[in-house]
Design a protein around this ligand. Structure first.
Ligand code: ATP
Ligand code: MG
Length: 566
């Protein structure tokens, strides 16, 4: 399974876990968690966190919990809860019986809040949200204390109970931790713990009209679940003193929070807020649009879970934020596909070819190799007949110098087939467009070589017109035109959308063996790239997504680096 592959690369988090096991800090236990907020679909950044948390647990004989951080009822939906579970499983991980919801802890969280009030460590504040912001101060200016800060414990208990009972409208009051308004760390300037929100929750219904905030909820949830290593992204480094403060004040079980750098990828956006906007405003066809950096989009595009796990391993872990070249992800995808997917022939922009000397009704079944990298994948039969399609691009009337493919009078090889020579060109009389080629074939060259040793400079893919299946093919490019959308020109990230990120080709002709393709299976279309059968397919009309082209820009970069360092 996934876990074996993930045991290699050492990193600073593994070093901490190993040290803790050695010293017996947690009694040898390793318990991690992946805590998504169900307000969107998971993306490749989440995959990094999933691989890390589940990977570490598996490696050291521990457990990893899946916990929904569902404290924000207005943005969360059941659809997201389901998709998240599906995506984690698809990536190859298993939380077993450890599926949790922060909302299951609402009663315990409330009790913790009451305990803090009783200790004099929390108070009900009547300032408006704007006033709270203003009182908070800035990085250079200390905050001011709220006039409600020194309410008596009794008054605070009474008001908090009435907040829960629904006596006050949204935003009228909050519960705040009483820490330090002059702290250099703004997170410690009496942060809000609870807000009033009369909203329906997808699990607790209308039971609550006060909801706990993230910082308060998260550390206590970790504590309740007896997490050992609470791994999160760097932006929470400044929240760690608050995480520690709550747990110390409550004198409860106290996990260690450890931060790592989040994943950013070139030519895409990763913030859920932006991804939601792309979906809602119709810039993509949905969360699982193959152009999206979501797990479900990548699955639909034809990326395998292995390749995503491999990517998460090779990028490693760091303490400094950086942006990874999306070419590296595509490289991992190609490496994986090249080894295991069958080849097929598909003509994306067909041009009709009539073999003038080929017998009218003859059909030959030619033998084609399924994967030259793996002979165990065997061979298949491809029908060959008098009328074929080749790629329109593979013929030129006026071939430029470096063009070795078909032109009038020139001979080329048809893959697994025969040598053919172009002897005539048929054009549309109005537009002048080439509509058909007339060629002769050499019966002596069956299988693709000539007994007299005659060489040709190009090998073309083709399909038999009478046997081909018509298909739709969707070609994808990066969703954005620039490496850092929205940041390079300072405008809205949507202004950097690539208008050609999806090109739909209709009337493509694919070899008949592809009629058996199942949704999700990937093929290498010879000379074209990797393609995956899309769920939009119907029995009469397959639809293929281009998973990746054959150009591995990352391998080129790597080669260049090796050359310059040797
Ligand atoms: P966003 O800021 O887009 O809303 P988020 O971090 O709030 O994303 P969550 O659902 O809270 O999204 O994330 C769940 C977990 O995944 C967290 O532990 C978070 O640290 C981690 N995570 C989210 N994005 C990334 C990323 N780009 N790289 C690595 N880990 C990530
Ligand atoms: Mg979050």
């Amino acid at each position: 399974m996934a876990n074996q592959e993930l045991t290699q690369a050492p990193n600073f988090i593994r070093a901490i876990v190993e040290e803790d096991i050695k010293t017996g800090k947690w009694g040898g236990r390793v318990v991690t968690r992946f805590p998504p907020e169900p307000n969107g679909y998971l993306h490749i950044g989440h995959a990094k966190s999933i691989c890390l948390n589940f990977g570490i647990a598996a490696e050291y004989g521990g457990t990893c919990h899946l916990r929904f951080d569902d404290t924000n009822p207005t943005k969360e939906e059941v659809e997201y809860v389901q998709s998240i579970q599906e995506d984690v499983k698809w990536l190859g991980f298993d939380w077993g019986e450890h599926l949790y919801y922060a909302s299951d802890y609402f009663e315990q969280l409330y009790d913790c809040a009451v305990r803090l009030i009783k200790k004099g460590s929390a108070y009900v504040c009547d300032l408006s949200p704007e006033e709270i912001r203003e009182y908070r101060g800035t990085l250079t200016k200390p905050g001011r204390e709220s006039p409600y800060r020194n309410r008596s414990v009794e008054e605070n208990l009474d008001l908090f109970a009435r907040m829960r009972a629904g006596e006050f409208p949204d935003g009228a009051r909050v519960l705040r931790a009483k820490i330090d308004m002059a702290s250099g760390n703004i997170n410690l300037r009496d942060p809000v713990m609870y807000r009033i929100l009369h909203a329906h929750h997808h699990r607790t219904g209308d039971k609550w009209c006060i909801y706990p905030l993230y910082d308060f909820t998260h550390c206590i949830s970790d504590s309740i679940e007896r997490i050992t290593h609470s791994i999160c992204t760097l932006e929470f480094e400044d929240h760690r003193p608050l995480y520690d403060w709550f747990l110390d004040e409550l004198q409860v079980y106290h996990p260690q929070q450890i931060e790592f750098a989040r994943l950013n990828l070139t030519y895409t956006v990763m913030s859920k807020r932006k991804l939601v906007a792309l979906v809602v405003e119709g810039h993509v066809r949905g969360w699982d649009d193959p152009r999206m950096p979501t797990i479900s989009g990548m699955r639909r595009r034809g990326f395998s879970p292995q390749s995503i796990r491999k990517f998460c391993e090779v990028i490693g872990l760091a303490k400094r934020n950086s942006t990874v070249d999306v070419a590296l992800l595509e490289h991992c995808v190609r490496e994986d596909l090249n080894r295991c997917v069958p080849r097929a022939m598909a003509v994306l922009r067909p041009l009709r070819v009539v073999l003038v000397n080929y017998p009218e009704d003859q059909v030959e079944q030619l033998e084609a190799v399924n994967n030259p990298e793996d002979p165990s994948m065997g061979t298949r039969r491809v029908p060959f007949s008098k009328v074929l399609y080749i790629e329109r691009d593979d013929f030129r009337e006026d071939p430029p110098k470096q063009f070795y493919r078909l032109s009038l009078g020139r001979e080329v090889r048809l893959r697994y087939g025969y040598y053919i020579t172009c002897v005539g060109v048929v054009k549309d009389e109005h537009s002048g467009e080439v509509t058909e080629l007339h060629c002769t074939y050499d019966p002596e060259t069956r299988g693709g070589s000539s007994p007299d040793g005659r060489k040709v400079k190009a090998t073309l893919h083709w399909v038999s017109a009478a046997h081909a299946i018509e298909a739709e093919v969707r070609l994808y490019e990066h969703l954005f035109l620039v490496p850092n959308p929205g940041e390079e020109r300072g405008g809205d990230f949507k202004e950097d959308l690539n208008p050609k990120s999806l090109v739909v080709l209709d009337g493509c002709m694919v070899e008949p063996a592809l009629g058996d393709a199942r949704v999700g299976s990937v093929y290498q279309f010879e000379r074209q790239g990797y393609f995956c059968l899309d769920p939009d397919s119907s029995p009469s009309k397959p639809v293929f997504n281009r998973t990746a082209t054959l150009r591995d820009t990352w391998a080129k970069i790597e080669k260049g680096m090796q050359r310059s360092s040797s």
